[in-house]
Design a protein around this ligand. Structure first.
Ligand SMILES: Nc1nc2c(ncn2[C@@H]2O[C@H](COP(=O)(O)OP(=O)(O)OP(=O)(O)O)[C@@H](O)[C@H]2O)c(=O)[nH]1
Ligand SMILES: [Mg+2]
Length: 377
């Protein structure tokens, strides 16, 4: 009899423990729920290029409820798919590729279609001429036969021009706070990119502090503070009209004192032609790199919709502050996506990240293979 009572009591205890576990998993914010939502992710900085991937590497975890509703057809929290977000640039190429494939041989009309597509996508006059001359030569030599082989060869040439992603994609210092500085002209997407990247880095397990180095407009610091709150980053702000380098200085000091891994420093948009503003930027960069801070990335943010104009900006900024990488934003809203090729080829500065929308998850590491596949695949 006693044995039966003991067995019954053990059964009830097991049932209670089981249901408590289920409730804990379902309750938002519980340890179990949190662990599922914030599963560990490889940090962006240590990413290895992987040619087999057919969708952009995952930069972020699922958005919190307040961040839902990012544009796109994907499931909430899914990284945006390059092929969908590049539909406007893809459209330019797909009509040329379709027309080419519908021909029996590669005639002058086919070459004209390809040339028009490359120029409309803003690959640039010199690069387009060079690409087509090479392909024509190979067709002439009998190495390439028929439209399909020309498209395949173009695809390979473009991949070659885009190169492999740098490793690490975004560098971290071995010790002390790492600083990534964001520069560029007005409205290109610097502040938005910082917000998106902060979310990705926090999801990857790093502590992040934002430095509101745009002291020019009060609204700029507000915008950054909004992102800080949204993604759970710290923020250091200065007085409106104050010295931006002192904001960055304070941010580095605070990061050091609190053991924060990464400072993302925003700056006011400025024209590359304004000498005093470019000098100010050089000072910010000097201060950001002063110990204990380590300035490992100066990221020039370019708006893809401005096409070839971005190249002029890029050259001047690169000379002034030693840009280490390009963030190309708004690729989702333009047919000029070919500018990626022109940037990498003519500047020799890698495109490291691309913006594919306004949502917090719409920032992905740039991968040349995926990009070409999205355009010609
Ligand atoms: N479609 C799209 N919009 C973007 C992207 N990145 C940024 N934007 C939008 O571009 C606009 C300007 O973005 P900001 O981040 O304020 O640009 P900024 O460079 O900080 O601007 P200033 O501080 O004025 O120099 C905002 O409406 C953003 O939502 C992107 O990848 N795609
Ligand atoms: Mg801004």
């Amino acid at each position: 009899m006693i044995a039966i009572w003991i067995l019954l009591a053990a059964g009830v205890a097991l049932l209670l423990a089981g249901s408590a576990f289920v409730v804990a998993r379902r309750r938002p914010g519980s340890r179990f729920a949190r662990r599922r939502r914030f599963e560990p992710l490889p940090p962006l900085a240590g990413r290895q290029p992987s040619p087999e991937q057919d969708s952009p590497p995952r930069l972020t975890t699922a958005p919190r409820p307040s961040q839902a509703g990012a544009p796109g057809d994907e499931a909430p929290g899914a990284p945006p798919r390059m092929v969908e977000r590049l539909s406007r640039t893809r459209g330019v190429f797909s009509s040329a590729v379709r027309a080419m494939r519908s021909r029996r041989s590669v005639d002058e009309g086919a070459w004209d279609d390809l040339e028009e597509a490359l120029l409309r996508a803003d690959v640039g006059v010199a690069t387009t001429a060079e690409l087509l001359a090479g392909l024509r030569e190979r067709v002439g030599a009998g190495e390439l036969v028929g439209p399909d082989s020309v498209v395949a060869a173009l695809s390979a040439e473009l991949r070659g021009l885009l190169g492999i992603p740098p490793d690490p994609l975004l560098a971290m210092a071995d010790e002390g706070p790492t600083v990534w500085l964001f520069v560029g002209v007005n409205g290109v997407g610097k502040t938005t990119t910082i917000g998106k990247l902060a979310m990705a880095q926090i999801s990857a397990g790093r502590s992040v502090l934002l430095a509101a180095g745009d002291t020019f407009r009060a609204a700029a610091a507000e915008q950054l503070a909004g992102w800080a709150e949204r993604v759970g980053a710290g923020i250091v702000r200065g007085a409106e009209g104050g010295d931006p380098s002192s904001v960055v200085f304070d941010a580095v000091q605070r990061a050091q004192a609190r053991g924060v891994d990464l400072v993302l420093a925003d700056t006011a948009g400025r024209l590359h032609t304004k000498v005093n503003l470019v000098e100010e930027l050089k000072k910010i960069a000097r201060v950001a790199g002063r110990p204990p801070g380590h300035l490992t990335e100066v990221l020039l943010v370019l708006d893809a919709t401005t096409g070839q104009n971005g190249l002029v900006q890029a050259r001047e900024f690169t000379e002034a502050v030693g840009v280490t990488g390009i963030v190309l934003t708004k690729l989702d809203g333009t047919a000029k996506g070919g500018i990626v090729v022109a940037i990498q080829r003519e500047l020799g500065v890698p495109v490291k990240l691309v913006g594919l929308g306004e949502g917090p998850a719409d920032l992905v590491p740039f991968d040349g293979d995926q990009f070409v596949e999205a355009l010609l695949g």
